[in-house]
Write a protein that binds this ligand. Structure first.
Ligand code: SF4
Length: 402
């Protein structure tokens, strides 16, 4: 079967070995240690729930629902592949590391959905905030296409005020995006530096100008990780997709620099109709392994932004291919050396949308709030919303897709 083959990838040959030299190595734990951490996690969540509900009955009740949710969302036995970095264990891009106080708060927030309790929870598990309209790329799938390169909406002070309000209400994770957030690098550093670090701060970037020096400064400021978009293992295809002649070079350099600086690194790929086959997926994963990244994010194209009114969405058979490969990568022990894959389409088709204001939402580069980056509901301006008393605040539109 194709999945079990060690498929070479072509970018390395295409560029020579130099570009990939110096890439970090993702830590591969022994089987028994991985098993031990999975058991430790279960025991930890059990005592966290018990300490919170102070009732065996409620604890068993909530954990049973939670386990069912995990099985449905993540497939098979519900276990999630994880990555080990900086002495902690990371079960997803949007989850704080285990063990940590932020992880406990994240779990208590999830348990509260099933059996309510009175412990502090996050009002928002995840917010995606586009902090700039500026971008040097011209991507085929850009969901911010209509807002690109308009005058900036928010000053640094406003960005600080807005993120502080989120944090005061409990914010697990924030992804700073754009446009290209590296364009506002110095301001972004100040934003992260002066914030509360109980929130995980990530940046979503094309990799533009993210070198080792800047990655080290980001890490020092308190950032957790970066998501770098690399949409193909062939440099020229990626460059064409991104509308920039050096996009691949920027992306690969950024992933390596960020990994070496101690940041968590995910690479993100939009899987198009042209690419959707097992060979592409596994070759891409081969590149991810070579780059030593901690996660890979698979996105399905949506007819929004630059893709609006275009026939880009995958059909059932194409989605099935992705889902089969995802399950193998997530659960087949022979493929454990590949980084964990985050595939939201898979989860959400089974348990409903994670976004749509339920646990996250999207603030675009002109300050409008949407269900998520791919479902543009343009509900209201974030600044108007923050001024309303929390009791009478408008709700973010629910997702219509899942
Ligand atoms: S998708 Fe991102 S990198 Fe590409 S043009 Fe849009 S904002 Fe820029």
């Amino acid at each position: 079967m194709l999945l079990k083959e060690d498929i070479p990838f072509e970018s390395k040959q295409a560029l020579g070995n130099e570009l990939f030299e110096g890439s970090p190595k993702r830590v591969l734990l022994s089987n028994w240690l991985e098993e031990f951490i999975q058991i430790w996690l279960k025991v930890h969540i059990f005592f966290l729930a018990l300490g919170n509900y102070k009732s065996f009955k409620k604890t068993f009740e909530v954990l049973k629902i939670f386990q069912e949710f995990k099985k449905k969302a993540f497939g098979r036995d519900g276990k999630r592949k994880f990555t080990s970095k900086n002495g902690k264990y990371w079960f997803g891009i949007h989850l704080p590391p285990f063990p940590s106080k932020s992880f406990d708060k994240y779990i208590l927030t999830e348990l509260h959905r099933y059996v309510p309790h009175k412990s502090p929870i996050n009002a928002f598990q995840q917010v995606n905030f586009a902090i700039t309209t500026k971008c040097p790329m011209r991507c085929e799938h850009c969901f911010e296409w209509d807002n690109l390169n308009l005058p900036e909406t928010f000053s640094l002070k406003q960005l600080q005020q807005i993120t502080k309000v989120f944090q005061n209400q409990g914010l697990g994770h924030i992804s700073l995006s754009g446009g290209e957030p590296m364009i506002r690098f110095e301001e972004m550093l100040k934003l992260i530096e002066n914030s509360d670090k109980s929130t995980q701060w990530w940046m979503i970037t094309s990799g533009f100008n993210l070198n080792e020096e800047k990655a080290t400064r980001l890490k020092k400021a308190g950032a957790t990780g970066v998501i770098v978009s690399i949409d193909h293992y062939k440099p020229l295809v990626h460059n064409k997709f991104r509308g920039h002649k050096d996009a691949f070079l920027h992306g690969v350099k950024a992933a390596i620099s960020a990994g070496n600086a101690g940041l968590l690194v995910a690479i993100s790929v939009c899987i198009t109709k042209e690419n959707i086959n097992k060979e592409f997926l596994m070759k891409y994963m081969g590149m991810a392994r070579e780059l030593g990244v901690d996660f890979v994010q698979w996105l399905e194209p949506k007819a929004e932004g630059h893709y609006r009114n275009k026939d880009v969405e995958l059909n059932k058979d194409q989605i099935q291919i992705m889902e089969e490969v995802f399950e193998e990568l997530s659960h087949n022990p022979e493929l454990r050396d590949f980084p964990p894959v985050m595939y939201y389409g898979y989860y959400q088709r089974r348990v409903g949308c994670f976004s749509g204001g339920k646990s996250s939402f999207y603030v675009d580069a002109v300050g409008m709030v949407h269900s998520c980056p791919f479902c543009h509901s343009a509900d209201f301006k974030i600044t108007d919303w923050l001024e309303m008393p929390s009791i009478s605040r408008k709700e973010v539109s629910k997702c219509e897709l899942y």
